[in-house]
Design a protein around this ligand. Structure first.
Ligand code: 2IT
Length: 445
């Protein structure tokens, strides 16, 4: 590591002790953009990087609610409003027992560059809670969401901060959150995205992260003279993102043989198609957070406590959560003949895994480029809400295609050298420059 980066990271760690995930996300960006930063005295003078790693505002609050047995429960709520240089803060809410400030800061930091890559006017933010829906009733989830919004409402708004879903927050939760916001403010506005289709949501938003990721993979494959048709994929996770990706892969003639949960992974050699794809939605709605029942339902093998990366495939798509693919997994995938890995989860690969891919000049792309289709269609939902009009699914899908193509072009422009596209560098530099220039133009704020 060069000494400039080392001292930058030392300063960051001293100011933010214990925030390992946040440090990991910052280091990846800083390593990618350092040359650009170093070569631009205007950025350095304005301490753009130092400013970027400090969220504009961090809100933490108490979320008291009562469970079905009448007992009081207390969770912690967060909203990290990271950067508004390009537009209102924008990014999802994550409800999961693993949520900490470090996780939400890494996500909000990543979101700033991702949103910049989409070309749409959105700043970066992230929020959530350590609440988990696992084992909770629908009524408990509703009461939790109402209590969460009873504090959050004062910090957000359609021109200020526009949350959406992430892990543990889907259409059901967005509905309860929106209902409570509307009740408190007496306003029907586009304050959240991922809304239901009948009340302000956008067509294709549920599918957007997965579809966009597969469109991005199509561009990556084209660069190496390949296509989706006939390829075998491993996918991790079984939530909204995995579901969208699998649907699109099937449509394009690929085959997906794995999905996974915290309990292990299933291997379905015939491919996850038709009713098996719909079954994923049932699994998710059960609130049990396990994938093993798929094996019983369809008579396939289940590998407890194992990760899908040991399966022999052409393409691997981490679609679950951060750091779910490590260096040993990366080496095994390469050894088994895998030709491409695209992170669909945010920071799905550990730093060592990312370095391993790049050092092998392996075709690999990071989450902030690959999964940007989700937030991009959230941006399109905001546009439709502002117009008070709904586009057709063809219209939204066409725009999603254009945006993913654009992100791929940006990655190529900033990341291609000597025939190899370093998508990590391309995405980080492409995302960074736009935010940095906007911050410079807006003065010392
Ligand atoms: O990580 C992400 O980009 C999201 N969870 C979606 C954010 C959004 O505002 O749609």
């Amino acid at each position: 590591m060069n000494t400039g980066i080392a001292s930058f990271m030392e300063g960051l760690k001293a100011r933010t002790p214990g925030e390992a995930e946040f440090h990991q996300a910052v280091l990846e960006v800083v390593e990618s953009v350092w040359d650009v930063y170093d070569a631009n005295p205007r950025y350095k003078q304005a301490k753009i990087l130092e400013r970027m790693v400090e969220p504009e505002r961090t809100i933490m609050f108490r979320v008291p609610w009562s469970n079905d047995r009448g007992e009081v429960e207390i969770n912690r709520g967060y909203r990290v409003e990271f950067n508004s240089a390009l537009g209102p803060y924008k990014g999802g809410l994550r409800f999961h027992r693993s949520v900490t400030l470090s996780i939400l800061k890494f996500l909000g930091f990543e979101q700033t560059f991702k949103n910049s890559l989409t070309t749409l006017p959105m700043g970066g933010g992230k929020g959530g809670s350590d609440f988990s829906a696992k084992g909770r009733s629908d009524n408990e989830i509703m009461r939790f969401c109402q209590s969460f919004m009873t504090e959050l409402f004062r910090h957000i708004g359609p021109n200020t901060d526009v949350p959406a879903g992430d892990i543990g927050v889907g259409g059901r939760e967005i509905g309860y959150l929106f209902g409570q916001y509307k009740r408190i403010r007496n306003e029907f506005t586009g304050v959240l995205t991922g809304k239901g289709l009948g009340w302000g949501g956008s067509l294709i938003r549920p599918e957007a992260t997965g579809y966009g990721a597969v469109y991005f993979v199509q561009h990556m494959l084209k660069e190496i003279g390949q296509e989706v048709k006939g390829k075998v994929f491993s996918v991790s996770g079984f939530g909204n993102v995995a579901w969208g990706a699998i649907s699109k892969i099937n449509e394009l003639g690929g085959k997906v043989v794995t999905v996974s949960g915290p309990d292990g992974y299933i291997y379905d050699p015939a491919g996850i198609t038709g009713p098996k794809v719909d079954y994923l939605l049932e699994l998710r709605d059960s609130n049990n957070d396990v994938v093993a029942p798929y094996a019983q339902e369809f008579g396939v093998e289940f590998f407890p406590d194992a990760k899908p990366w040991e399966a022999k495939v052409d393409i691997a798509l981490p679609c679950a959560t951060q750091n779910e693919l490590d260096e040993a997994d990366a080496l095994m995938l390469i050894k088994n003949g895998c030709i491409l890995v695209a992170e669909v989860s945010n920071m799905g690969c550990t730093s060592d895994a990312v370095n391993c891919f790049v050092n092998h000049q392996f075709t690999f792309a990071p989450g902030k480029a690959v999964n940007a289709g989700g937030v991009a269609v959230s941006g399109l939902e905001m546009s439709q809400n502002s117009m008070r009009y709904n586009w057709t699914s063809e219209e939204v899908d066409k725009r999603l295609h254009m945006i993913m193509q654009d992100i791929h072009d940006t990655c190529t422009r900033h990341g291609k050298s000597g025939g190899y596209i370093n998508y990590v560098k391309g995405a980080n530099v492409g995302g960074f420059v736009k935010v940095a220039d906007a911050m410079l133009a807006q003065g010392l704020v």
